[in-house]
Design a protein around this ligand. Structure first.
Ligand SMILES: Nc1ncnc2c1ncn2[C@@H]1O[C@H](COP(=O)(O)OP(=O)(O)OP(=O)(O)O)[C@@H](O)[C@H]1O
Ligand SMILES: [Mg+2]
Length: 242
């Protein structure tokens, strides 16, 4: 099976407010799919539909060949979907190691005995091993982003959802996040990465989807998508005057 995930004509939103409209796309196993689109176009809402925080009112979500449209958020996490939050949510009064251990034990249901080596492995993969005994609340922004990813990995996902993990970082730090995501891809994770940073889309992704008004406007090779007239127009908010 080539695709790990398929959205088929998904509609959904919050209460009566419809945000996603006929959203359709596929994610190939092992790829990094970048997602761009103007503020408020529904990118985070797409993640919410994917993890089961909101239930689509129409359409289907297929993960690893199973229709998960009505599967609970907990079961989806157990099936292998892990996310980061746009606003990081670490336990600030716990150490970096304890934060990841909690994710392993509560997220992936591991015993503390099994969770400890797993947490250390994740800390190495995310570049936090040397900082494992530091309180999460004392980390720099870059390390908080690393920890956010490490906590998501603790839930043992196959599909990892990154929501603006590079936002607020300076260029050199963004480069470090790009390198880390390349390591995660090499380690076998499939990744969907929402970000507004053009460099991320061009350097870190295999394909890019541009969303607009809750739907898939364009999906394809990163440079082609980022340089296309229609994507430039939705970002600049230019009206089509034809
Ligand atoms: N919990 C909620 N209840 C009601 N409306 C919401 C909720 N969360 C988001 N929205 C609305 O849904 C729309 C899409 O929001 P969403 O967060 O998905 O956008 P986004 O593409 O992730 O934007 P950004 O790039 O700013 O993160 C926005 O109009 C937003 O105000
Ligand atoms: Mg968002």
């Amino acid at each position: 099976m080539d695709n790990i995930l398929t959205f088929k004509n998904v509609d959904g939103g919050y209460g009566r407010v419809k945000i996603l409209h006929d959203l359709s796309f596929e994610v190939r196993k092992g790829e990094v799919l970048g997602v761009v689109g103007p503020n408020g176009c529904g990118k985070t809402t797409m993640f919410n539909a994917l993890i089961g925080l909101i239930t689509p009112t129409a359409g289907e979500i297929i993960f690893k060949g199973k229709n998960i449209t009505k599967v609970s958020a907990n079961d989806r996490a157990r099936m292998g979907i892990g996310r980061t939050y746009q606003v990081p949510r670490p336990f600030e009064g716990m150490t970096v190691f304890e934060n990841v251990l909690v994710a392993c034990c509560h997220g992936a249901g591991m015993t503390e005995h099994a969770g400890r080596p797993k947490a250390l492995e994740i800390l190495k993969l995310t570049g936090l091993y040397e900082k494992r005994e530091i309180m999460a609340g004392e980390l720099t922004l870059l390390d908080r982003k690393r920890l956010e990813i490490a906590r998501a990995l603790g839930t043992n996902p196959e599909l990892l959802l990154l929501d603006e993990v590079a936002a607020g970082l300076v260029e050199a730090e963004v480069g470090e996040v790009i390198d880390m995501v390349a390591d995660l891809k090499a380690a076998g994770y499939t990744i969907i990465w929402i970000e507004h940073v053009i460099d991320v889309m061009l350097k870190a992704t295999d394909r890019v989807m541009c969303m607009s008004d809750g739907t898939d406007l364009l999906i394809g090779e990163p440079r082609e998508v980022m340089e296309s007239k229609i994507v430039t127009e939705v970002y600049l908010g230019v009206e089509d005057d034809e």
